[in-house]
Ligand binder design. Sequence first.
Ligand SMILES: Cc1ncc(COP(=O)(O)O)c(C=O)c1O
Length: 402
Amino acid sequence: MQINNNYANLKDSYLFKTITQKVNAYKTANPDANIIRLGIGDVTRPLVPAVVTAMHVAVDEMGQKESFSGYDDGGVGYPFLREAIAGYYAGYGVAVDPEEIIVGDGSKSDISNILDLFSPDARVLIPDPVYPVYVDTNIMAGRKITFMNGTAQNGFLPLPDDLENAENLSEPGFTPDIIYICSPNNPTGAVYSREQLKKWVDFAKKSGAVLFFDAAYETFVQTPGLPRSIFEIEGARTCAIEFCSFSKLAGFTGVRCGYTVVPKELSFNGQALHAWWRRRQTTKFNGVSYITQRGAAAVFSPEGFSQIKENIGYYLENAKIISATLKELGIRFTGGENAPYIWLRCPGGMGSWEYFETLLEKANVVGTPGAGFGQNGEGYFRLTAFGERENIEEAMGRITNL
Ligand SMILES: Cc1ncc(COP(=O)(O)O)c(C=O)c1O
C-alpha cells in the first residue's frame, strides 16, 4: 500500500495534547486544585447580540420556502458577506474586490488548503517561533522547510535583512517560494510595522516568492499606523495572499468562518492564483452554512461592530493586567498591546517546560511553553488574555506571590 509517509515525519505529540495530559495528571493527584488556564488561544466571551439575532433570523429564513437558501455561490461565500468584508477593508482604506474574497470555515483550513496550489517541491520559509500549523501542513506534503530566527534581538520579527546572516537560517543561501508571516503574531504578540512589511513585499517581488500573510489577530491592532492588512503595503497585490478569521475577531471559534483574499493580479507562470483558489474551493468545498454567514455579516453592522469592539477591549484590558504584573516583577516580555498574547522570558533562566511545571504546581496556572512553538521558543512562555477578568486577576496575584 502506498500511503503518505510524510505523516510519519510529524512530531507525534501535539503541543496542547501534552499540556492537557500534564494538567490532567496534576488534577488527578491534586483534585482540590483550582487551576486557571491561560494557555490555549480560545476565546471565552459569548457571541455578541447582533450576531445571535442575525443567526436566529437566518434559521427562520431557512424554515420558509420563500426565504430558504441552498448552496452559496459555488462554495465561495454569499455575495452579501463578501461585500460586507470588502466594506470592512474599505473602512480602513484598503480596496479589495468582493470577488477576491473567498469565504471558508476558518483560517486553519484555508492556510492548509491553499498549499494545494503549490508544488511539493516549493521551498518554504517559516519564522521560528511560529503557529505550529504552518509547519505541520508542509511536513504532511513533504515540503522542505527552512526556518528563520525570531529572537529577542530582532523583536521576534525576522526581516529579509536577517536572511543574509547565515546564522539566522536553518539552511542558508536558499531562495524561498512561500514565506509565512503572522502579524499580530501568535505566539509572540509582536506586530510588524509598515516599513518592515514593505521590506518583505519588496523581497517577495524581487525573489518571485509568495507571502502568506496570516491576519487572524488584525482586530487587536490598536496603535495608530500599525498595519492590519498586507494590502496596506504598496506592491502587495502582486505577491501576497491574506488569511483572516472570525474566530478572534468575533468569537467564532465554535461557529467556524474565515476568509482568504487572493488578489486578481497575483500570478505565477502566467497562472492567476485567484482563479486556481476559487477552482480549488469550488471543487473540494461546498461552503459555509447560510446561518453562519448571516452571523458573520452582522459583525460588520454598526451595532455588531461596536459590540465586537467591546469584547476586544475586554481582552486587551486583560492583556494590560498581565503586562503590568510582568513589568512589576521585572519579567521581560513582548506583545499584549496589539495582540491577545504575551510572550515572556521565563524568569530565573528556567526552560519553557520547567516554568510550565513551576506555574502549574506552585500557582495552579496553566500557560503554554514557548518551546512548543519552535526551537527559538525555548526559555519563553506564552500567556493569553482570552480568560475571564476574575481569573486573570487571581492568576496574576498567584504569580506575584510565587
Ligand atoms: C495565527 C493563527 N492563524 C490561524 C488560526 C486559525 O483560526 P481559525 O481556524 O479558528 O479561523 C489561529 C488560531 O488559533 C491562529 O492562531
